[in-house]
Structure formats: C-alpha cells, structure tokens
Design a protein around this ligand. Structure first.
Ligand code: SF4
Length: 162
C-alpha cells in the first residue's frame, strides 16, 4: 500500500535511541498550537511512495526506525504493513503520535500499530509545557512509553534510557 512521505532522514539522533532512520508520514488531525511542522497536517503532503521504495531506503542502513510526521496513528491501517515490514527486517521501531496511549488502546488499528513499537511517544505538543531540554520530545506532557512493559503491566510504564 502506498503512503504519502514528507521526508526520510537517515542517521538522526533526535527521534529516539541511537542513530535512526526517521520517516515523516503525511497527515495529522491534532492541530497542536505551536506545532513544529504544520505543513505535515495535510494527508496530501509529501510524495507517494510504495512500501518497497521505503523499505529499500530503510534496509540500506543499519539504523533502527522512527515513524513520525504528521501523526502515523492518524493513518494506522495504512501504516501497519510498513511497520510489520520494518520489524521483519529486524529493526526496532519508535512511533510519535498526538494521541494518548489510552486512546490508542481503544482503537484496533492503532493498538496493533502501537504494539509493534519499542517506544511510543504519546500526547499532543502543548506549547505551555514546551521544554527544549527534554529527551526525545517537545513538551513535558508527552510520555516515552515502553510498549512491552506497558502491555504486560496493563498500564503505562515510561521508557528508561538506561
Ligand atoms: S501531533 Fe505532532 S504533527 Fe500533529 S499537530 Fe501535534 S505536534 Fe504537529
């Protein structure tokens, strides 16, 4: 299934642990005031790429992968095949979303996509809680959710960097 891709950045260190390939997917409905990337809100932004084209870039690198945007969860059903392919290639996955973890768990497609991730960075960007010193996120309300620990605990468990 083709996806609209705004950008693919190789070797970034700001979107999760280690060097990563960050895939910026088009489309977001959250409209957070102060959003760093409002041009990503349109589901027609970027250019259309096939799963194979995206995976060719992903597999050229040894890096793990981050899905961001935009909000990949706004297109969860369409993004699922890509997430499965990334996992099948032996890569870990971080996903950024403006939804809260609890909202993801209430939707079958979003829940399945979240479960493929190592970490989900959740919640909308809140300008009043903006903090440039935070690790891997823009505002203090956002959580780095350790997906495996959270699913086994049945409640959100925050990811610990070490
Ligand atoms: S969820 Fe992210 S991309 Fe969407 S409006 Fe909020 S900050 Fe911008």
């Amino acid at each position: 299934m083709n996806l609209r891709v705004i950008d693919i950045v190789r070797g970034t260190t700001v979107d999760g642990r280690g060097f990563r390939t960050s895939i910026y997917l088009a489309g977001c409905t959250h409209a957070c005031p102060g959003c760093h990337n409002p041009e990503s809100w349109s589901f027609d932004a970027g250019r259309e790429m096939s799963l194979e084209e995206i995976m060719e870039i992903v597999e050229e690198e040894d890096f793990n992968v981050t899905l961001t945007g935009g909000d990949p969860m706004c297109s969860a059903a369409r993004v699922l095949p890509l997430a499965r392919a990334i996992k099948s290639a032996g890569k870990t996955l971080w996903i950024y979303t403006g939804y809260h973890w609890e909202e993801l768990m209430a939707d079958p497609d979003m829940r399945e996509l979240a479960a493929l991730a190592e970490v989900v960075v959740d919640g909308p960007f809140e300008l009043s809680k903006r903090d440039t010193d935070l690790l891997f996120r823009g505002s203090a309300n956002q959580r780095l959710i350790d997906v495996a620990l959270t699913l086994s605990a049945g409640q959100p468990v925050e990811w610990q960097s070490l």
